[in-house]
Structures are given as structure tokens and as C-alpha cells.
Design a protein around this ligand. Structure first.
Ligand code: LLP
Length: 432
């Protein structure tokens, strides 16, 4: 579902024209649809209904408190990777007992914090981490709930920077070593073996790699159920989304829709995996981030200048790579559409930000409507791994974040002020 759509030539998020949001909060700003987040959560929840399951939303994708609150209200759990993310979940009213704690580098401080608070499980990623968790639990006179992240050595066929389930990657414990690690964990008296976990990568657009990895793990999971009575199997996140949603009509749009129809859906994902998972008879966890939030967001930006160089038509906007790094970092595609629909012919354009780096480019040689200074544009599918990866490079304040629900909208994070950016800095007294 896509809640960004045109009505009478105006781009709306749900029932709110984006021009109204821009008038109130300025640009650049992120806009999130509460309806899309809810719809995507519920679609996945429904598709997985035949198995006992919990959707543990991957907080890293979009950790705004209003997003976390939305997920908590829907009954979701959370996949967290830091003490900060656990604290965010709690601040948003989420349940810490529904948090699973992932990551290869959990510090002693983070482990102690999570143990004192109480979480559903640590997804341990090395033998050394299990020993550390055990020692801290012993000191606190607690039993730490753990699962082991298995690296199944399956190629997820996605971008190299977001592939995680092969032996080239730092994640998890190699499939062949897992049984030995569980035997070791069973001997550590302050651990409680609770489950097993895997995550093979992000932005997977077909179900095949998921199916391959789950199939590979089934005999292992069956053995762990028998030996240690584990109660859950987390199959990770990774469900991909359509970055080309085709809001415009016309031939190109028809083609995009056809291409988009090939991508996995919650139903096709569930149809392939449930027959494998249901016979296990244990709880299934999933950890989607992008699927829940990705298409729920857009980055709205204003055109500052048009610069024609003879070779290129540069559209210089007020958002930059510090606000949305995905195109620069992963060569990621984000559709770019005008907030007020434009007719007429298109022109091959490079949409670029103001930062002094050639990488500060949102698209290259893309046919776009002829826009002018002062127009606003929306970079779509910017609800996941967008604001959360933003930085203050060039002393640029973080953009505002706005949430829409039906006809209502409000800032769920105010735009930063420049002074707040150096609030934690100081000039030493000995610098004259
Ligand atoms: N579980 C674990 C253990 C993960 O490492 C991740 C993502 C997820 C779940 C959620 O994956 P998702 O359902 O969102 O695909 N910054 C990159 C994506 C990095 C993903 C990292 N791990 C991007 O912008 O594409």
C-alpha cells in the first residue's frame, strides 16, 4: 500500500496535502504515514496468523518514538541493537520484555542494562559474548535468556553492504559450529537457552533465499527443541519493498507496476515459509524494519536552483546526503516526484544537494518533470534507514519529522536548531 498519492494534481500523504505540511514545518522534512505503518504491520501479522508468532520491529529502520508507539499499540515486539534503542522502546511505551537484543558488539554496560531491565532474549553472536553474558548474569544473580544467531552461509542476493548471512560477513556463528556452541551455553549456569535466530540480509525481493535458509536450519532447530526445549525460532527481517511505486500514470508506470508485482508479499512469504515452520510447534519471530516503515515515509525538499551546464540539468535542492544517505552509500533508487503535479515533457535531470561532494546526488540522468526554483519535491520510500542514518555534516540541522494520520498531522520531531548542534562542545580555557 502507498499512502502518498495525487489528488487534483496535489501530492497527499493520506488526506493531508504535503504543501500544508511544508507551509507549517518547512523543508527539508520527513513525512510518515501512520496508516501505512499500521497496514504493513497488519498485513504481515495476518499472513503469519497460522503460526504462533511475534513481529519484532527492527527499531534501527526508523526509531522515532511515534513510530515505536504505533508498533507497540499494534502489539509488536522490538528487535534492538543498542542500549539506546531499548531506552527508546521504553520511552515510547513499548514492552521491554518483548525486546530481542541483536548485534556483534554488545558492551558489558549494555548487557547489564538489558539484564536488569528484563528483555525477551539476547541474540548472541559469538562464544565470547555468551561467556560475557553469563559472567554478568552471575554477578547480578540472574539467568540471562539467550538464543544464538546462526550464520547459515546463504547468499541473500542483495546489495553487498546489506548481505549478512554468508561466511564473508561478521554476523552470527557458522552453521557447522552452532551445536557445539549450544552445548557450551548449556554448561554456563547463568544462561537460559531460549531460542535460535538467523538474519540473512536486507531488501530481499524474492522468497527463495529465506526458504533456502529456513530449510537449512530446520534439522538444527528440531534438534535444539529436543535437547534444550527452545521456545522460539527467529527468522530475522529482510523483506524487501518496491522503491519504484509508480504514482504517475502512463507507459512507464504500467511497466513499473508489472515489475513491482514480482516482488515478494507478506502472503507469498508466509505461503512459502509456514509449511516449513508450523510443524516445529514453537513460536516464530520475525524482525522486519524496512517492510513496516520504508514506504511509509517521504523526504520533502525544495528546489533552490536550476543549473544547466550544457551537458546536464542540475536540480539543486535543500535536502542533502546528510539527510538521506542511501543514494550516496548504496546507489539506492528513491523515486522523486513533484508535490504539485507537472504536465509537459520530461527532462533528464540530476537532483543534487548543496554539500561539497560529488556523492551528494539523489539521482543521475533521470527523466523528471521540468521543475523550477521554489517548487517542492518528494523523495519517496524514505521511511526506513533514512532519518536514522542522517548526520549533521556541514553543520546542517536534522530535518523535522512529521506524522500523518488521516486528516491529522503533527511534528513528531522538531527541526534541530544550529545552536543545539554545538551544545555539547566547549572551547578549553587555555585556548586564547
Ligand atoms: N534483524 C537484524 C538482525 C538486522 O541486522 C536487520 C537489519 C533487520 C532485522 C531488519 O532488516 P530489514 O527488515 O529492515 O531488511 N541501512 C541499510 C539496511 C541495513 C539493514 C541492517 N540490518 C539500507 O539503507 O538499505
Amino acid at each position: 500500500m502507498h499512502d502518498f498519492h495525487y489528488k487534483n494534481g496535489e501530492l497527499l500523504c493520506e488526506q493531508v496535502p504535503l504543501s500544508r505540511i511544508v507551509a507549517k514545518y518547512g523543508t527539508p522534512c520527513y513525512v510518515y504515514s501512520n496508516g501505512t505503518i499500521t497496514d504493513h504491520f497488519q498485513k504481515l501479522d495476518k499472513a503469519l496468523a497460522p503460526v504462533d508468532h511475534t513481529i519484532c520491529y527492527a527499531v534501527k529502520a526508523n526509531s522515532n518514538l511515534a513510530v515505536l508507539k504505533t508498533v507497540a499499540t499494534l502489539g509488536g515486539g522490538f528487535d534492538v541493537v543498542s542500549k539506546g534503542e531499548i531506552e527508546r522502546v521504553v520511552a515510547a511505551g513499548g514492552d521491554h520484555n518483548k525486546c530481542i537484543f541483536a548485534g556483534v558488539g554488545k558492551t558489558a554496560r549494555e548487557i547489564e542494562f538489558a539484564l536488569r531491565l528484563g528483555i525477551y532474549a539476547f541474540n548472541a553472536e559469538s562464544e565470547a559474548e555468551l561467556e560475557r553474558i553469563n559472567a554478568i548474569a552471575k554477578r547480578l544473580r540472574k539467568k540471562a535468556p539467550i538464543s544464538v544467531r546462526v550464520n547459515p552461509n546463504v547468499d541473500a542476493k542483495t546489495h553487498a553492504k546489506i548481505t549478512t548471512g554468508t561466511y564473508e560477513n561478521k554476523f552470527g556463528i557458522a552453521f557447522e559450529q552452532v551445536k557445539k556452541i549450544y552445548a557450551k551455553a548449556a554448561k554456563l549456569s547463568n544462561l537460559k537457552i531460549k531460542g535460535v535466530q538467523m538474519h540473512i540480509g536486507s531488501q530481499l525481493t524474492t522468497t527463495d533465499p529465506f526458504e533456502g535458509a529456513v530449510k537449512k536450519l530446520i534439522p538444527l532447530v528440531t534438534d535444539l527443541i529436543k535437547r534444550y526445549k527452545i521456545e522460539f525460532f527467529s527468522i530475522g527481517g529482510g523483506l524487501g519493498i518496491v522503491y519504484d511505486p509508480a504514482l504517475e500514470s502512463g507507459a512507464a508506470s504500467w511497466w513499473k507496476k508489472k515489475e513491482a508485482a514480482k516482488i515478494l508479499t507478506p502472503q507469498s512469504y508466509a505461503d512459502r515459509l509456514i509449511p516449513l515452520l508450523k510443524p516445529l510447534g514453537i513460536k516464530i519471530l520475525v524482525e522486519p524494519g524496512r517492510f513496516i516503515a520504508g514506504n511509509a515515509g517521504a523526504l520533502i525538499t525544495q528546489v533552490e536552483y536550476i543549473k544547466k551546464t550544457g551537458k546536464k540539468n542540475f536540480v539543486i535542492v535543500d535536502a542533502a546526503m546528510n539527510d538521506l544517505i542511501r543514494p550516496a552509500f548504496y546507489e539506492a533508487h528513491h523515486d522523486i516526484v513533484p508535490v504539485k503535479r507537472k504536465g509537459g515533457s520530461k527532462i533528464s535531470s540530476d537532483v543534487v544537494g548543496p554539500i561539497c561532494e560529488s556523492g551528494d546526488t539523489f539521482c543521475k540522468n533521470r527523466p523528471l518533470p521540468r521543475v523550477k526554483e521554489g517548487d517542492t519535491l518528494a523523495l519517496l520510500s524514505a521511511g526506513a534507514y533514512a532519518f536514522v542514518m542522517a548526520s549533521n555534516y556541514n553543520t546542517r540541522p536534522m530535518p523535522a519529522e512529521v506524522m500523518v494520520k488521516g486528516k491529522q498531522f503533527t511534528a513528531v520531531r522538531e527541526r534541530e536548531t544550529p545552536a543545539s548542534l554545538w551544545a555539547h562542545e566547549k572551547i578549553p580555557s587555555w585556548l586564547k
